[in-house]
Design a protein around this ligand. Structure first.
Ligand SMILES: [Fe+2]
Length: 258
């Protein structure tokens, strides 16, 4: 409803601007545009230009941002209800992913796409049986195969939502590895989206630093060791280097606080 009104208002303003431009052209052509008349037209044109620009960007951006944020939280909460471990995990992976992306100097646009994808990256776990998600022992082959389907399930859910970033593709690729040993497609190197390579590293670090149903937290040092060891092999070298810098900075600032 509100969106309809906003669109009407924007269209109206665009029509007004066109009308003013037309009048201006007529006045100029007939050489009536002298002194005050021309000045007032110019003033009117300028103010309309600014208004149209402000209204168009504010309306679109605010509406879009709000509806996207609601959608993201709705999608995230679906899987979080089923698997309580996923709740904090997705949020923390989003924070670390954004930290890595900033450290790499990626654009705000890319960072926002990474944040959104990270917030919902495990949504496909909705199709994994709860007993498997909460199992305290190691998974057998069949159970693991079921878990490995979650990037594809996530993609199938998210591709139905029109995001301004490739969210579904990033989620699909978040378990791919640089040497092709990942899943589901076994993509290699640059064939994996940069956003997915960032998410992959943040996901591993967060998962290793937190408690899992089947083991206690391994700690940030073990996670850093893993990233260092497989930098360039499993993980994008630039992403891994940025992650190591971000985590080193964080641990230095934590030491300062304590
Ligand atoms: Fe995952």
């Amino acid at each position: 409803m509100k969106e309809g009104k906003n669109t009407q208002l924007r269209d109206k303003l665009i029509q007004l601007r066109q009308r003013v431009a037309e009048l201006e052209r007529i006045v100029t052509e007939r050489k009536w545009a002298e002194g005050e008349l021309k000045e007032s037209f110019e003033e009117l044109r300028r103010s309309l230009e600014t208004t149209v620009h402000t209204v168009a960007s504010a309306v679109d951006f605010e509406e879009l941002r709000r509806s996207l944020e609601t959608t993201i939280h709705a999608v995230a909460s679906v899987v979080e209800m089923k698997d309580p471990h996923t709740a904090g995990h997705q949020r923390r992976v989003a924070q670390l992913s954004c930290g890595i992306a900033k450290e790499m100097g990626l654009s705000d646009e890319k960072i926002e796409g990474i944040r959104v994808a990270a917030m919902v990256h495990d949504v496909g776990k909705i199709n994994v049986p709860t007993e498997i998600l909460r199992k305290s022992g190691l998974l057998d082959r069949i159970e693991f195969d079921l878990v490995k389907m979650h990037p594809q399930s996530g993609y199938d859910i998210l591709k139905q939502i029109q995001f301004p970033w490739p969210v579904a593709e990033i989620v699909l690729q978040h378990h791919e590895r640089m040497n092709g040993s990942g899943y589901p497609q076994g993509l290699k190197g640059d064939d994996i989206l940069l956003e997915a390579r960032v998410l992959a590293v943040a996901d591993v670090v967060e998962a290793m630093s937190s408690d899992r149903p089947y083991r206690p937290a391994l700690g940030i040092d073990r996670a850093m060791k893993e990233i260092r060891k497989n930098k360039g092999k499993l993980y994008d070298p630039d992403v891994a280097a940025a992650c190591l810098r971000v985590c080193a900075k964080k641990s230095r600032s934590n030491k300062h606080v304590s």
